[in-house]
Design a binder for this molecule. Structure first.
Ligand code: ADP
Ligand code: MG
Length: 268
């Protein structure tokens, strides 16, 4: 595969939307896989207790392994938990295990509870990576706040359905609060439309509304609904390796290419 331009410094991107099932994990994993296959070194931080990103990358996340929970709660260095994703060179994962569900509560009484991921990333050699993608849980709790404080960019997947825009106001306000008090650098850099069903007028209408509201940060590429995308995780794979020629794989690859190229264009 051709190499895409690399960012020149590590981009730390939180993939967030407090709605569940909108494609956060699918987007994190497939964008990460595409970037890695085009020459970038990529780390996926799984910040969802379900561990779906770990599963989809073929990475073990049973209860006893050292995981992002230990990083956030026990001050374990990230270097001790990061593992290579078996399918793709240059792709790594910080896995999540179920005990992370308790972290949301346990963090409350911790010192610097909002910036524990940031501290872990700062102590880790992220210069060795071109991208860190943080797959957030479906809430705006302390785990997601840790992602927003730890990263500079926010990538929001939006599913093209009726209630898509509802709740985004709350996400935007959370980002503004984090910006004001905890991380002035954070910004919503990218929006990707997911699970697009070209047969429905509704999907087209929602896409139009999102573009009208958010403008240029919405990627031109739209991710279609595709069975292959939903099958891939059960094989411990991204759709990029599971079925590279499928519409979902091609779309995610195109979306990742846009993210890589827009960055270097903006830097010029
Ligand atoms: P989230 O992480 O936001 O909860 P997921 O990425 O887990 O969302 O996606 C929710 C469900 O939709 C999963 O079962 C996933 O496999 C499926 N899915 C995601 N994107 C697509 C797509 N483009 N086509 C078909 N199914 C998809
Ligand atoms: Mg998820």
């Amino acid at each position: 595969d051709a190499e895409w331009p690399r960012p020149g410094r590590c981009r730390i991107i939180s993939v967030a939307n407090q709605k569940g099932g909108v494609g956060k994990t699918t987007t994190s994993v497939n964008i990460a896989a595409s970037l890695a296959l085009h020459g970038a070194r990529v780390l996926v931080v799984d910040l969802d207790p379900q561990g779906n990103a770990s599963t989809a990358l073929g990475v073990d996340h049973h209860a006893d392994i050292p995981s992002i929970y230990d990083v956030l709660i026990e001050d374990t260095p990230l270097a001790d938990i990061v593992v290579p994703a078996p399918e793709i060179p240059n792709l790594y994962c910080a896995p999540a295990t179920l005990n992370l569900a308790g972290a949301e509560i346990e963090l409350v009484s911790k010192v610097a509870r909002e910036s524990r991921l940031r501290r872990a990333l700062d102590a880790y050699d992220t210069d060795g990576f071109d991208y860190v993608l943080i797959d957030c849980p479906p809430s705006l709790g302390l785990l997601t706040v840790n992602a927003l404080v730890g990263g500079d960019e926010l990538l929001i997947p939006i599913q093209c359905e009726y209630y898509a825009l509802e709740g985004l106001g709350q996400l935007v306000r959370t980002v503004d609060l984090v910006k004001a008090h905890l991380n002035p650098e954070v910004n919503i850099s990218t929006i990707v439309l997911t699970m697009y069903d070209a047969r429905t007028r509704l999907a087209a209408q929602v896409a139009e509304d999102v573009r009208a509201h958010f403008g240029d940060i919405v990627l031109n590429t739209v991710i279609p609904r595709s069975v292959r995308v939903s099958e891939a995780p059960s094989y411990g794979q991204s759709v990029i390796t599971y079925d590279p020629g499928s519409s979902g794989a091609l779309a995610y690859s195109e979306a990742a290419s846009e993210m890589a190229h827009r960055w270097v264009e903006a830097a010029q």
